[in-house]
Write a protein that binds this ligand. Structure first.
Ligand SMILES: Nc1ncnc2c1ncn2[C@@H]1O[C@H](COP(=O)(O)OP(=O)(O)OP(=O)(O)O)[C@@H](O)[C@H]1O
Ligand SMILES: [Mg+2]
Length: 194
């Protein structure tokens, strides 16, 4: 990843893609579809309220990248490293670095984490990264997850506000930087929500 300050010079290389995610499996399927496009050095910034599905999406990415360990909410852990497991042909893809920026005071702390895996060799997914992690890379995917307020519960016996699954999520994906020039996110992701 190249280091640069974010700012008005940032290039958005694709139209934003918006999808409806009807359940958690669809959120994971989006993660898997993204993983097919992701390569070492890529940065993904996830934004969305508590319970919007950021960790679920990261689970889909981790499963499809075939990395070691269970992708979970990185609560109390600022960053968790998931090294790649060998594929059937013996080769390994990129590992996954899963960061919870909510617990970071600022970029200097992300720098100071001193991770074992280098970000150049990994896919880095940052929850709550917006406004904090842009300066890590000119090139990034920015993903916003929205959970509608007042969504009805799937389970009639559970109040909607107590049901973590309630509410179809709306996701908006934007690619920023030259890395994504010519990548047609819309067609690569169209199968997810259909
Ligand atoms: N598209 C979806 N539709 C319904 N439920 C979903 C969807 N995606 C994820 N969920 C469910 O929403 C709940 C919260 O998901 P998750 O933990 O991924 O959110 P989060 O954004 O990481 O939350 P936090 O801010 O606490 O880290 C989980 O129970 C998950 O199964
Ligand atoms: Mg989470």
């Amino acid at each position: 990843m190249s280091r640069a300050a974010s700012g008005p010079g940032d290039i958005t290389t694709s139209e934003a893609v918006t999808l409806e995610l009807v359940d958690a499996d669809t959120t994971r399927a989006l993660g898997a579809a993204l993983a097919e496009m992701l390569r070492a050095g890529d940065l993904v910034l996830l934004t969305g309220d508590l319970g919007a599905g950021k960790t679920t999406l990261t689970q889909g990415i981790g499963a499809a990248l075939n990395v070691r360990g269970q992708v979970a909410s990185p609560t109390f852990i600022v960053a968790r490293e998931h090294p790649p497991l060998p594929r059937a042909d013996g080769t390994r893809g990129p590992g996954l670095v899963h960061v919870d920026a909510y617990r970071l005071g600022g970029l200097s702390e992300l720098d100071a984490l001193d991770l074992d895996s280098s970000l150049e060799d990994s896919v880095t997914v940052v929850e709550w990264g917006r406004g904090l992690a842009e300066a890590l890379a000119d090139d990034r995917l920015e993903i916003d997850l929205e959970r509608p307020r007042g969504a009805p519960s799937f389970d009639p016996g559970v109040a909607a506000e107590e049901d973590p699954e309630a509410g179809t999520r709306k996701v908006t994906i934007r690619a920023v930087g030259q890395r994504w020039a010519g990548v047609d996110l819309g067609s690569r992701l169209s199968r997810v929500a259909n």
